[in-house]
Design a protein around this ligand. Sequence first.
Ligand SMILES: NC(=O)c1ccc[n+]([C@@H]2O[C@H](COP(=O)([O-])OP(=O)(O)OC[C@H]3O[C@@H](n4cnc5c(N)ncnc54)[C@H](O)[C@@H]3O)[C@@H](O)[C@H]2O)c1
Ligand SMILES: Nc1ncnc2c1ncn2[C@@H]1O[C@H](COP(=O)(O)OP(=O)(O)OP(=O)(O)O)[C@@H](O)[C@H]1O
Ligand SMILES: [Mg+2]
Ligand SMILES: [Mg+2]
Length: 567
Amino acid sequence: MDMLEMALTITKNIEKSIKPLIGWEKSNEVVKIGADGTPTKRIDLVAENTAISSIEKFGSAILVSEEIGFKKIGKNNPEYVIVLDPVDGTYNSLKDIPFYSASIAIGRLNGNTEKPDELIKNLKMKDLEVGVVRNIATGDTYYAKRGQGAYFLKKDEKKAISISNTSNLKDSSIGLFAHDISGETLDFIKDRKFRRIRLFGSIALEMCYVARGSLDAFINVNETTRLCDIAAGYVIIKEAGGYVTDKNGQEINLSLDVNSKTSIICSNEILHKKLVGIFGNKWSLKPTNIGIVSRIDREESTELALNVINYLESKGIKYALDIGTYDALKSRLPEKCNIITKIEDISHVISIGGDGTVLRTSKMINGNEIPIICINMGTVGFLTEFSKEDVFFAIDSVASGSYKIEKRTKLLSFLRFSDGKQQILPDSLNEVVITTKNPAKMLHFEVHINGGMVEDVRADGIIISTPNGSTAYSLSAGGPIIEPTVDGFVIVPICPFKLSSRPLVVNANSEIKIKILKKSTFIVVDGNIEFEAKAGDELVLRKSESYAYFVKGDNFYNKLKKLSLME
Ligand SMILES: NC(=O)c1ccc[n+]([C@@H]2O[C@H](COP(=O)([O-])OP(=O)(O)OC[C@H]3O[C@@H](n4cnc5c(N)ncnc54)[C@H](O)[C@@H]3O)[C@@H](O)[C@H]2O)c1
Ligand SMILES: Nc1ncnc2c1ncn2[C@@H]1O[C@H](COP(=O)(O)OP(=O)(O)OP(=O)(O)O)[C@@H](O)[C@H]1O
Ligand SMILES: [Mg+2]
Ligand SMILES: [Mg+2]
């Protein structure tokens, strides 16, 4: 029998078998724990048994279903694999909320084997050719066959369906996932980046609403969306012209196992890209063009830089060098080596060296959302995420888009002079330091926070550090270690005269002002002297609008051990 006919018949039989159970309290009895680990209610089991007996009439198949898990049906060699959620939205069905469905997807099997699970071992969700989702309460049916479009069947009237063409998130209607909505989704809701959200309680049907344009998108950015819920909807949305990927914009490569899970973003091309940009690894959507910044005062670093260049060449990955690295390596480079001219054209930057190289790279990126792959070739390398042995693994992870990003808060600072003029300083990834120009003399300044005078300080200087810089100068000056994802800053006096002057941690949304009362000072940002300031000038600092992005490698607490290794 034709796969589509089979799927339509099975879903119709499920409807017939469970309609009489709606509203019957016994339907809600938990009869076992399903193969997917969630409780199976009587209604689920009746629906699944109906599907099994229908399939037996058609011939032999392998069934992958939410409740039973895996079952070979029929005596002969199975010709099809059937992925089934017998009732998607069981809760709705038991409460007679008319939004629950039978969801079924079918793919062809070839090759015969005694071990049926071998037959589907290498198959993925994308190998399924037919998808059918039937709203059991209303009989509305959505279906698609690969290459033949997507359709909506209502009381025998058939209509072709396609996704919406809404392009502005602000006008969009978004379907959300029911279970443990993630923190980033809650932020998305709080920031109201969309027009409306809808949450109906049957993913299979919600995906069909996207396919027919009633919803502009459906998202679940947790890795908890299950194969049986989305297999049919996946076929239907793709045939309706939609994009269905994981939250990073990568192909959903689920194997045909009830326990396979994924994040999911489905929508039209424009909104899909925007949603991946919000929730996922937007960089994996940008053409890869890797910048290379290397320490040039150590042969070991330049050697590694050349190996990285050869590796990128061998992989056909586009790259460009910062001018300093280019000049240092010129004689040993392939002739057509690009130099970084516009930082915006770069997708990621590999920094080869120590923390200073990372700081220099962050300054070069200058607030653009470009992740840094930090390779440690320095003395401490606290900011670095990968050892030189891991560099090719890190490059492969970036090229395949399978990596995590950590964003770090930066400090924005500017000088306000007594004549009212201002001087913006480069963003700081570590810290901003006001230090005396004359080591023998002490500075005198006031610390103001959010407009209030907090302390009158006499000291050699003062450090305002980010969490990222809390393990650097700030730590040496007696400041605390702050985990990089904490949203705060720390103010640390350097050798204060008053013993009561202590480090102070403030909320990252504070405005910090240091009023210089006496003598001339240097303003040092991330170890570079950026400006001079004198009595009467003020240094104002607040959280930068932009972040520094790091491709995640080593864990922060492992790195803390490096500090103790520095004894
Ligand atoms: N007494 C001190 O500890 C002191 C004095 C001046 C500057 N620094 C730090 O040096 C940084 C500039 O680094 P550089 O390599 O260009 O100068 P540098 O060559 O003088 O190195 C200073 C040391 O600080 C380490 N470092 C830098 N950032 C760090 C971080 N976030 N966590 C832990 N250690 C870190 C470096 O690896 C290096 O070992 C400044 O941002 C400042 O934090 C520290
Ligand atoms: N533990 C879970 N993990 C992932 N998805 C789930 C889980 N439980 C339910 N879902 C899915 O969330 C949606 C809403 O389900 P709901 O919270 O109403 O539970 P349910 O109706 O019992 O789900 P189901 O019928 O699939 O068991 C459905 O699409 C369902 O498949
Ligand atoms: Mg179910
Ligand atoms: Mg379900």
